[in-house]
Write a protein that binds this ligand. Structure first.
Ligand code: FE2
Length: 356
């Protein structure tokens, strides 16, 4: 950090319309051990600075086409060059010009004729400043990468915990870890298709596997009953929505909050014929409307002790045209349209995470 030029010489860009002035400055800079590049006016300077990656710019004020004031303002407005320190060099020695140069973004001001010692000190100081700036920028970049990595690890740990807990609640049920993974992926595809914000896409991805966590409260003689339910057993079975929501309601993370909404409402239907509350339309949270279609698709595709697997085309036909139990009116039309648009991704997810 202490050495100004630890690896290769710093590059100073000299900008002046007078070739002689360029030569004088370059000679002085070479004597100090710096590399140089040169431009003859403001326009050339902008183009060269953007691709030449100079560490410092010595910029003449009085130039044709684009003067130094405009050039420095543009250099400081361009994200590619705004970190490069600029020393304005001019014969003008009045206070007004100096202020104008500093206001435009220049870091330093040198008057002609150039004093060698003055140039040497200012160049060295500004290069050191630039080096610190570069170091900090790089350090920040490394920190940001580390934060991203840690966040991903925490998310993965969270997901792993959710899966473990949910599987504990479902190990006695016919549903599997593959089902939970598929649900996550279907829901994410739907959230993307519906253009939901990225944080909502992430929340539904993590929250959706918790939809049936309330089944942990359903007695085995009901949950595992091979035949059809009596009306009383149906009431018990349907209570998994409310039980799931009450388990998750104490959570404070965005995932458990969304998980609560999904657990409570994933069997509600757009036309109001669902349960537990028979709410309809927009009254059903969007995440639950998405979860509902994903759950229906996966249930249709999955083999059960009492039914065979249904192929993708048939499952899509049942969802879009209806059969004895499922009707298109059950689904939010916007959600249904997205499902139709993305149905091939559903097939791919099912095939990728198929049960053993
Ligand atoms: Fe359910």
């Amino acid at each position: 950090m202490n050495a100004v030029r630890p690896h290769k010489p710093a590059t100073v860009m000299v900008v002046d319309d007078q070739a002689q002035n360029v030569k004088i400055l370059e000679t002085l800079l070479h004597a100090e051990g710096y590399a140089t590049i040169a431009a003859r006016n403001g326009k050339e300077a902008l183009a060269l600075a953007a691709k030449g990656n100079p560490d410092l710019i010595l910029l003449d004020v009085m130039m044709p086409d684009m003067d130094g004031f405009e050039a420095v303002a543009r250099l400081k407005a361009d994200p590619r060059t705004k970190q490069v320190p600029v020393i304005m060099v001019t014969a003008l020695d009045d206070r007004k010009s100096k202020l104008r140069a500093l206001e435009a973004g220049a870091e330093e001001f040198l008057s002609k004729p150039i004093d060698h010692a003055d140039l040497s000190v200012r160049v060295r100081n500004l290069l050191r400043l630039k080096e610190y700036g570069d170091f900090l920028a790089k350090h920040n970049q490394i920190l940001e990468e580390q934060v991203r990595e840690r966040t991903a690890q925490i998310e993965e740990a969270y997901r792993d915990t959710v899966f473990t807990l949910v599987r504990a609640s479902e190990h006695k049920d016919e549903q599997t870890g593959h089902h939970l993974r598929r649900i996550s992926h279907y829901c994410k595809v739907m959230a993307e298709a519906m253009d939901l914000p990225v944080d909502v896409q992430s929340a539904i991805y993590h929250a959706s596997p918790m939809h049936d966590i309330g089944k942990i409260g359903i007695p085995d003689h009901v949950l595992l009953k091979p035949g059809s339910f009596t009306p009383e057993e149906w009431i018990i079975m349907r209570s998994h929505c409310i039980q799931g929501a009450s388990i998750l309601a104490s959570g404070t993370s965005p995932y458990t909050r969304m998980g609560t909404e999904i657990a409570l409402n994933h069997h509600e239907r757009w036309d109001g014929s669902g349960y537990p509350n028979g709410i309809k339309g927009d009254a059903i949270p969007l995440a639950a409307r998405i979860m509902q279609i994903c759950d229906v698709y996966d249930a249709l595709r999955s083999p059960r002790p009492y039914k065979l697997s249904i192929d993708h085309a048939r499952a899509v036909a049942i969802i879009t045209q209806g059969d004895g139990r499922t009707r298109p009116e059950h689904f939010d039309p916007a959600v249904l349209a997205c499902f139709v648009a993305r149905n091939e991704q559903f097939a791919a997810i099912y095939d990728r995470h198929v049960d053993d």
